[in-house]
Design a protein around this ligand. Structure first.
Ligand SMILES: Cc1ncc(COP(=O)(O)O)c(C=O)c1O
Length: 333
């Protein structure tokens, strides 16, 4: 069914990383999901969900698509809705970046702002979902992709894992996957199981996210992590969860651009740092794949801005020094 720009979704490059982590005893590859036309891995579930809706009749002429997202899923849906001529209302909160608003508008999406967090919890995600439900009730012929629960989200990522498997002839010993809705994690895990692969899966979550338990804390880097446990989550999807701080995301991203010339988003930095955290547990002469979900242009005013980093974490030069001091002797910049 896919044609035009949507036919460019998927088949993203898998590149070998040889510079960013020193003295690796295993082969490290990165799946560059930024090369999807909408700039992130969320193009995949956005297209799968909307096309499933069109096939089943849940979406028809005049349907208004309504979803809560301040980031990549919103942009992915905006792209697919623009392609199919569907109206799209994206419910965002004050944490959305100006750049993402401009991108959403450029694709023709309508922006609906939630200004106040959920009373009592201070949480914006719950407030956004409530707003989506209100809009669905009051908008005739509306459709909610519901990315946190929609099985088409995870199904879209069977393809992600199939592509990795085909490129590496099925020989993937470890997969590192950032998590938020758990669509990527679940889709890849289901494919691994269905194919009888021996791949060990590491879920990468944010410190302060509740997906794998633990308290809900303030996080500054969007993308991975969630303040609710998504319905797509299942306890046995991963062999292990590795948690990464916002500061480590920044360090990871800056290492990636310095050493590999990859301008990646925050969760890619998180995945890199997660691999570094557990690299001594990775058997030598094995193959390890990291999924890098999006591109760094969306983080130029945050992760890649020295002024922003200074405001929130301190001097960049000091951060490097601290990192060098605490990191293993093998860490490189
Ligand atoms: C940059 C980024 N990283 C990671 C994720 C997590 O992916 P998933 O929702 O499939 O768990 C997302 C999801 O929006 C994302 O935008």
């Amino acid at each position: 069914m896919q044609s035009g720009v949507l036919s460019a979704i998927g088949t993203t490059p898998l590149v070998r990383l040889t510079r960013v982590l020193n003295d690796l005893s295993f082969r490290l590859y990165a799946k560059l999901e930024a090369l999807n036309p909408g700039g992130s891995t969320k193009d995949r579930p956005a297209a799968t969900i909307i096309e499933h809706g069109l096939e089943t009749g849940a979406i028809r002429s005049g349907t208004v698509v309504i979803e809560s997202s301040s980031g990549n899923m919103g942009i992915g849906l905006a792209q697919v809705c623009a392609y199919y001529g569907l109206r799209f209302i994206c419910v965002v909160d004050p944490k959305v970046t100006t750049q993402n608003i401009r991108l959403l508008k450029a694709y023709g999406a309508e922006i609906d702002y939630v200004k106040e967090p959920e009373p009592g919890t201070g949480d914006f995600l719950q407030a956004r979902i409530k707003r989506v439900q209100t809009l669905l009730r009051t908008t005739e012929n509306s459709f909610w992709p519901n990315q946190y629960a929609n099985i088409c989200n995870s199904k879209a990522h069977h393809h992600t894992m199939r592509e990795i498997t085909q490129t590496l002839d099925g020989k993937i010993d470890y997969l590192f996957c950032a998590t938020s809705t758990c669509g990527t994690l679940r889709g890849c895990a289901e494919y691994v199981r269905a194919q009888g692969l021996q791949t060990k899966i590491f879920a990468v979550d944010a410190v302060g996210s509740v997906i794998f338990g633990g308290p809900n804390l303030t996080r500054l880097i969007p993308g991975h992590g969630a303040s609710i446990r998504p319905e797509l989550y299942q306890a046995d999807l991963s062999d292990r969860c590795v948690r990464v701080t916002d500061l480590d995301c920044i360090v990871g991203c800056r290492r990636l651009i310095r050493k590999e010339a990859i301008l990646a988003g925050g969760s890619s930095g998180a995945v890199l740092m997660a691999i570094e955290q557990v690299k001594d547990n990775i058997a030598p002469d094995t193959t390890c794949v990291a999924i890098f979900p999006d591109r760094g242009e969306r983080y130029l005013d945050t992760i890649y801005s020295d002024a922003w980093v200074l405001d929130h974490f301190g001097e960049v030069s000091q951060i490097w020094e601290d990192f060098e001091a605490r990191a293993c002797a093998t860490a490189t910049f």
